[in-house]
Write a protein that binds this ligand. Sequence first.
Ligand code: NAI
Length: 285
Amino acid sequence: GDVSGRTAFITGGANGIGLGIARALVRAGANVVIADIREDALAQAKADLAADGQVETVQLDVTDRAGFARAADAAEARFGKIHILIGNAGVGVMGPVLDARFDDWDWGMGVNLGGVINGLVTILPRIKAHGEGGQIVTTSSQSALIPIGYSAIYTAAKAAVLGISEAIRGELAAENIGVSAFMPGPVQSNIAHSGELRPAEYREDSGYRKREEELEKRPVSPLWMSADEVGERVLAGIRANDLYILTHPEFAAGMRTRFDAILASFPDETINQDRAKEIGFLLGN
Ligand code: NAI
């Protein structure tokens, strides 16, 4: 649907992909609330967007549930209603599974999955209540479909986010709320600096700290897609209520190989029609 005059709430919108989405939405005439943990980046984003009266910023750690409710209140106080929730805040918690400690798992899952869940629980009822419909966009990752190396924690969260989006799509259609799972490939962003955001309570029992510090020195490849390009992709996906928003066709061959391997793993038995009917019922057909 049209986004002009609607209000979007974007978590992790002060940098990278979230900021690219914010720019695209502002250009399309939407009101945008950028919620992010980084205060300096919020101020910078507000100045950059320079969209008079169309952009509001709010400091939020997406793992803070009370804070999330306050941020949603602030968004509604400013623009009246929230129509579009973009659950995008994420951190690049990456490393070998054998080095992963509980702090790595808890922080990675807390932000990348918990943040999306907190957004749904906080904002979905508000979208339903105003009755004007809306859109949920979750930032999963191409890694949810083909896991990149050393990504056990990251992929666990991103695959869950994809699964949630697929699971709620049918339910929310009845409320006139669309759902899109966004699965970008490599995009130019600030994600290599995620380690700076690791809270003190998740630094003790971590096997990834050294790796995180090294990652921060790695330059962003110019071959990676720009955040503005993916922002426009997401805007098009919102307008079309696409279930899947993808960016990099370079992954298509790998995805086909993966899915063919899954299909080839069914036992070679004839289909039981009664069972098929029952399964159709479970699937909600
Ligand atoms: P980024 O680091 O540039 O932006 C992420 C934003 O989220 C930052 O502004 C950061 O301050 C914020 N953030 C982090 N933890 C937060 C928290 N607890 N509460 C609130 N805000 C928080 O990184 P990027 O790449 O733009 O990431 C955006 C999303 O895209 C993430 O979910 C990431 O996993 C996903 N993604 C990124 C890809 C890439 O290649 N850059 C590829 C696939 C997915």
